[in-house]
Design a protein around this ligand. Structure first.
Ligand code: MTE
Ligand code: MO
Length: 384
């Protein structure tokens, strides 16, 4: 593969893998604003970043498969559809993998806590695109029951033996306007950057990042879920008893929604502080459009808990699952506590379906190191 035409990146990023490029921002960048700037947004690639030419005249997405009239959509056709701005958090299923690996080694690129970001994605709704082909939410139930929509990229990756990255979602989700699945050409009001999928990417809100295919080339309506590597041989959740000798990939479904997550970003794994008031802040997010009901913080290793305040847009109080809250987006949280002795600080969240996080990473250990949503713990050492 050829990595000679990679885009330039912000020097603050911590590089977890150079080729393909995988990098995350420092923790502090995540809580500096509700929307993550694209420079600071984690980058998770499986091959070289493709260069897509002739955006206005030649670049197009072909839509085919189980449809009577396949179609080619040019950028102009996509821009002509109603434009939606959806604020959605994208999180890699491998976020916090490095911490899971400390229990027992897992396979995969290491990530600290910043394989996550929150952006306003601008583009057309996939539901509107499919409507152009005569596929509505209703026909998805009647004529196309159980079918999937496959997204195929331009990039080439070794896991697909040099073929393109791909993934699929159920057609019923793709045709549901309320699921807000986008073909996005903008991120935070600017054209997508090359790292994030220029000129066009899929954004599937509330679902692990792996399904939001970048550099979109084709959409296929297919009878069953996509048979690609990242759907069938990766991004599946296994119990701790499964290892590389006894794994049977076909026994598990591809992971879609992400579970409730919460991370402290104002402190490092180990921080040395002066005794006194400490601001503890970070992010919490859940999948499937579930809001964050509560964030609990402990400054005594989990013996007692204080409720943190939650917010999205500053100044506006966050109300869980309210019409004015961004349902696909994270909340930032904040609490100030008096810390006088060295201790363990912990944060955990509850989502609007009352889902909670596992206490110990050991209980959810899995060989691919995905979905580490265990209570986030940091050590604070008080220097007198
Ligand atoms: N799409 C393509 N074409 N190639 C990829 O390597 N990586 C996926 C997804 N879409 C990937 C892709 C994964 S695993 C994640 S977590 C997100 O893109 C990361 O998106 P980002 O780099 O914009 O943060
Ligand atoms: Mo990912």
């Amino acid at each position: 593969s050829d990595y000679s035409t990679e885009p330039s990146r912000h020097p603050c990023l911590q590089i977890n893998s150079k080729e393909p490029f995988n990098a995350e921002p420092p923790r502090s960048a995540l809580i500096s604003s509700y929307l993550t700037l694209s420079d600071f947004f984690y980058k998770r690639n499986h091959g070289p970043v493709p260069i897509v030419y002739d955006i206005e005249s030649r670049y197009c997405v072909s839509i085919s498969g189980l449809v009577d009239n396949p179609k080619q959509l040019f950028m102009d056709d996509i821009r002509k559809l109603p434009k939606y701005n959806v604020t959605a958090t994208l999180q890699c299923a491998g976020n916090r993998r490095t911490a899971m690996s400390k229990t027992k080694t897992v396979k995969g690129v290491g990530w600290d806590v910043s394989a996550i970001g929150n952006a306003v994605w601008g583009g057309a709704k996939l539901a509107d695109v499919l409507e152009l082909l005569g596929i509505s939410k209703l026909t998805a139930i009647t004529k196309f029951n159980g079918k999937h929509v496959e997204f195929v990229s331009v990039d080439k990756c070794k896991e697909e033996n040099g073929g393109p990255y791909k993934a699929s979602i159920p057609l019923i989700q793709a045709t549901n306007p309320e699921a807000d699945v986008l073909l996005a050409y903008e991120m935070n009001g600017e054209p997508l950057t090359r790292d994030h999928g220029y000129p066009l990417r899929v954004v599937v809100p509330g679902v692990i990042g792996a399904r939001s295919v970048k550099w979109l080339e084709a959409i296929n309506i297919i009878a069953e879920e996509c048979q690609g590597f990242f759907m069938q041989k990766d991004y599946k959740m296994f119990p701790p008893s499964v290892n590389w000798d006894n794994i049977n990939w076909s026994t598990r479904r591809p992971q879609m929604d992400f579970p409730v997550q919460c991370v402290i970003c104002s402190l490092d794994d180990v921080s040395i502080i002066k005794p006194g008031k400490v601001k503890i802040s970070g992010y919490a997010a859940s999948g499937g459009g579930r809001g964050i009901e509560r964030v609990d913080v402990s400054i005594d290793g989990g013996k007692s808990w204080i409720e943190a305040s939650r917010f999205q847009k500053s100044g506006i109080p966050y109300i869980t699952d309210d019409d004015n809250s961004d349902k696909w987006a994270w909340v930032l949280f904040e609490v100030t506590a008096d810390i006088l002795h060295s201790t363990e600080v912990i944060a955990k969240a509850v989502d609007s379906a009352a889902n909670i996080q596992p206490e110990k990473v050991e209980d959810i250990w899995n060989l691919r190191g995905i979905l580490n949503t265990s209570w986030h713990r940091v050590q604070v050492q008080v220097a007198h």
